[in-house]
Design a protein around this ligand. Structure first.
Ligand SMILES: Nc1ncnc2c1ncn2[C@@H]1O[C@H](COP(=O)(O)OP(=O)(O)OP(=O)(O)O)[C@@H](O)[C@H]1O
Length: 733
């Protein structure tokens, strides 16, 4: 509590405690000892170190942390905000004052950046392509020529080579292969092949023969597009898509006319099952669950049960296929529900010869099972994963510097940045538009970066109107460059070409989500990179990833920030202006401070912008509180330093009472007898909020972010309606 409100005990957590591996249970006495240590240090490893200083002189700490923390949080928190007024603040360092920079101490009293653990793990690898052409399969010649000429594909991927024959035999299957390995065609090709070959030719009015469920609307559109292309020569088979956010009336009309291959998000389908007389399943031959583990997440079995019951009531005989890059226990549970004598298809590492007889034996012999997560998920070979540890105060400038480095000083970079809630996406999107792009914004025109490559910011999250959501998706899809800020609605299945970097600004809530997020790059044998941003107190997360055979290499924050020396718009008033080769840590610090000042000036330019920043910070804290239990020892709000976090939202002071009301409520609840009921209700409420992607999209009263111009002003409404949740949860937003 104290830590959350910003006043922290100053004892840094011993490094041994920070880097313990959580995968091995510790003996009781060790646990007791660790608990005692933890109580002592309770606040945080994010808390400024009392006496230690980082070996690197990059983050000097001249005053003791205690003094700094109390002064900053008590003294400054009392101040009332006055718009436009410079609040250089009592805590500004001498250096900054000399430079005339209106910002508080960015480089003081930060926690020591710990040395990252370097666990050595062998990542699971899969071979993407085979040398076999589609001609090797027993497919209709027109289908083969469509694959070759319309989709412009010649050889099969490993997962296609393994799955298509099995599915054409009529077997149920559980298919797991790495992200971007071609799973969509692995099921679409057999579906189209089997439906076009039916003896009595399919009539539109027959209704659905194949039902494909996917977790998000964008993925529904993408799969629909693939199916549509494959159906080119078979015009009598009609595909259709149902998804939240579209007009139900027109969907009803299309259902009435007839859809033979129906692609839908679960919530919308349930809505139609309950309210539309025109939906029938008596012809169903295929039931496909793409991203099956996601569909099972967050207790959405309910929707699935409604769908399965509706389908089972009209037809028993069908093929069921579940697919995902991350096969978890949940999927296996689902497999138990819906698969009949299924084949488990898993693309093995490169040492496994796909053409060998043993490989075939593997296919036949393996019953579906939950892959023990400790076996690890396969990661594309061309994907380089990085992690950077950044003290909370420096997060914002570090993100901005990284974006500038990639998108301003390098060519053809397409970057996706993942945040944990809609509010966080909106806040950062607006902030970067207004400061890094705007000519009326905080950077004076002569100080605007001399962009050779103009920066293009886009954002995608569930609180946007569907129309805008689709437009953004299409825009980013067809852009050669750009920066997409998004929640996890973009984490699953989306095939956005030529994405070069994935940034996880907020850590994901599970290794599976980590895999899916980074899987938006390095698809189908291409190269790509990812960067995970962690706070010093979160460094142990690297061990957690390693326990799932995920290897990350460290990138230094200093190297990211050094890009600021390449552009004179970040020069301090003293006018150092040294170029990158000669620029030292001091120059970099000054420039980072200038950039932070730009952000703070914008945020403090009106009460409205301050209020938005506070709301975003609140949203961050709420999302942070929802990490699963097994990650709580790494991601716990107690470990956060609110004053430092506030800085990463451009706030000069830690907002008062940000968490207090929430905490008070919690305490009061503890005394109440109906606590259990309340808890369940709020869990249900959270689940409702998080499941909105599955919802029909017909809800009333859920405010949406209005359509706006890309270079919108600060006064435009921002999406705060759907609420924030953990990163993974918003994925289903
Ligand atoms: N045989 C092939 N040859 C060339 N490209 C292919 C082939 N099969 C699929 N692709 C392309 O590879 C990309 C990734 O395919 P797809 O989206 O189906 O991957 P996925 O395995 O479903 O990924 P995710 O797990 O992220 O959902 C798409 O652009 C698709 O068009």
């Amino acid at each position: 509590m104290a830590a959350v409100s910003g006043v922290l005990p100053q004892v840094p957590e011993p490094r041994a405690a920070v880097f313990r591996t959580f995968s091995k249970p510790r003996p009781a006495h060790a646990r007791r000892q660790a608990a005692a240590t933890k109580r002592k240090c309770q606040a945080s490893s994010e808390a400024p170190p009392a006496k230690r200083r980082s070996k690197a002189s990059f983050l000097p700490a001249k005053k003791t942390a205690t003094k700094e923390t109390r002064r900053t949080l008590k003294g400054k928190a009392q101040k009332t905000f006055s718009p436009k007024k410079s609040s250089a603040g009592a805590s500004d360092g001498n250096q900054e004052r000399k430079l005339g920079i209106k910002t508080s101490s960015l480089f003081k009293n930060n926690p020591e950046v710990p040395e990252l653990p370097r666990p050595v793990v062998k990542q699971v690898q899969e071979k993407v392509f085979t040398s076999d052409a589609f001609q090797a399969l027993d497919l209709h010649p027109h289908l083969i020529s469509t694959i070759n000429t319309v989709l412009k594909m010649s050889s099969m991927t490993s997962v296609q080579k393994q799955s298509i024959p099995v599915l054409l035999e009529g077997r149920d299957a559980l298919v797991r292969s790495q992200t971007g390995s071609g799973k969509t065609l692995a099921y679409c090709i057999p579906v189209v092949q089997s439906l076009q070959a039916m003896q009595s030719k399919i009539q539109r009015g027959d209704g659905p023969y194949a039902l494909i469920l996917v977790p998000t609307r964008e993925l529904a559109l993408q799969s629909f597009d693939t199916v549509q292309k494959l159906l080119k020569p078979f015009t009598w088979i009609v595909p259709g898509v149902l998804m939240g956010g579209e007009k139900r009336k027109s969907e009803k009309a299309r259902l009435r006319k007839g859809i033979n291959i129906l692609i839908s998000t679960p919530g919308r389908l349930v809505d139609h099952i309950k309210s539309t007389k025109n939906i029938h399943f008596h012809q169903i031959r295929w039931l496909i669950l793409d991203e099956a583990d996601r569909i099972l997440d967050l207790g959405f079995e309910k929707d699935l049960t409604v769908i399965l019951n509706a389908v089972n009531a009209e037809c028993q005989e069908r093929q069921n296929v579940l697919l995902s890059a991350t096969l978890t226990e949940g999927v296996a549970r689902l497999a138990d529900i819906s698969l009949h004598d299924p084949v488990s298809i898993s693309v093995l590492d490169e040492s496994h010869d796909l053409s060998s007889p043993e490989s075939e034996a593997f296919l036949e012999a393996s019953p579906p099972q939950a892959t023990d997560e400790l076996d690890g998920f396969a990661i594309p070979a061309g994907l380089e994963q990085h992690v950077v540890v950044v003290p909370s105060k420096l997060r914002l400038v570090c993100l901005a510097a990284f974006i500038l480095q990639k998108c301003k000083f390098e060519r053809d970079q397409k970057v996706i940045v993942f945040f944990s809630s809609c509010e966080l996406v909106e806040f950062h999107y607006t902030l970067f538009l207004q400061t890094l792009l705007s000519d009326s914004g905080a950077l004076a025109p002569e100080h605007l970066p001399s962009t050779s490559t103009p920066l293009k910011f886009l954002r995608l999250h569930s609180a946007l109107e569907q129309e805008e959501r689709t437009a953004v998706f299409q825009d980013f899809m067809h852009s050669r460059t750009g920066i997409l800020f998004c929640t996890d609605i973009a984490a699953r299945g989306l095939d956005l070409p030529q994405v070069t970097w994935i940034v996880q600004y907020n850590a994901p809530s599970s290794p599976a989500e980590y895999i899916h997020r980074i899987g938006r790059t390095a698809r189908i044998g291409c190269h790509g990179s990812s960067l995970l941003v962690l706070a010093p107190s979160e460094a142990e997360y690297v061990n957690s990833l390693a326990s799932h055979k995920i290897n990350v290499s460290e990138m230094k924050m200093e190297d990211i920030l050094s890009v600021l020396t390449k552009d004179d718009c970040f020069k301090g008033r003293r006018g150092g202006g040294q170029k990158s080769r000669t620029a030292g840590p001091q120059e970099i610090r000054e420039r980072a401070t200038v950039l932070q000042t730009v952000f703070e000036d914008y945020v403090h330019s009106s009460e409205e912008t301050v209020s938005r920043a506070k709301k975003a910070l609140q949203s961050f804290i709420r999302a942070y509180a929802t990490y699963p239990r097994e990650l709580k020892h790494i991601f716990h709000i107690r470990l956060l330093h609110l004053g430092h976090m506030a800085k990463s939202f451009g706030l000069r002071d830690a907002p008062k009472n940000l968490c207090a009301s929430a905490m008070k409520k919690k305490k009061a609840n503890l005394k109440r007898p109906d606590l259990q009921r309340k808890k369940t209700q709020s869990k249900q409420r959270l689940a409702e909020i998080l499941r909105s992607e599955y919802a029909s999209g017909m809800e009333t009263g859920s405010a949406k972010v209005r359509k706006q111009n890309t270079r919108s002003g600060p006064s435009q409404p921002r999406g705060t309606a759907r609420n924030p949740g953990p990163a993974s949860a918003e994925g289903t937003d």
